[in-house]
Design a protein around this ligand. Structure first.
Ligand SMILES: [Zn+2]
Length: 139
């Protein structure tokens, strides 16, 4: 699985950001990606991360189906549906603690389309620091 993350890092290596024209969240999922989808409504989707951090199978991503680049651009209806995304997540992790962060950026080696990362609790801080460094958030 670490190999998968390497594939992603290679893809993003020479880019600041992936914009709408190459957006993997807007692209029609292929056969393999369809298997990653865990939950969806008309407006949101939750799937396993195709390129998870550190072999973590339960590394999930949630994103609006419409290409939205900043949380302030969500409609009220999309915001309301976020509650259902969270209900799904709560049920998915059950007794496992998890960590969530919103990826919202125009510059920092990611996808412009906003997406939440959900990770189960047992991440070592130094591994997380490496990720932040690779994405240029830390020195
Ligand atoms: Zn998109």
């Amino acid at each position: 699985m670490q190999k998968h993350r390497d594939i992603w890092e290679k893809k993003i290596e020479k880019k600041w950001i992936i914009w709408k024209q190459d957006c993997p969240f807007c692209a029609k999922p292929d056969k393999q990606e369809k298997k990653l989808i865990l939950w969806q409504s008309d407006l949101w989707e939750v799937r396993y991360n195709k390129f998870p951090y550190w072999w973590i199978k339960k590394h999930l991503l949630a994103f609006p189906k419409r290409h939205v680049e900043h949380i302030t651009k969500l409609t009220k209806k999309e915001f309301a549906w976020l509650k259902d995304v969270e209900k799904f997540i709560l049920n998915y992790y059950k007794d496992t603690q998890y960590f969530v962060f919103l990826r919202e950026t125009f510059y920092w080696r990611s996808i412009a389309h906003i997406h939440y990362h959900y990770l189960p609790w047992n991440i070592h801080w130094s591994d997380f620091a490496k990720i932040l460094k690779k994405q240029w958030f830390t020195k």
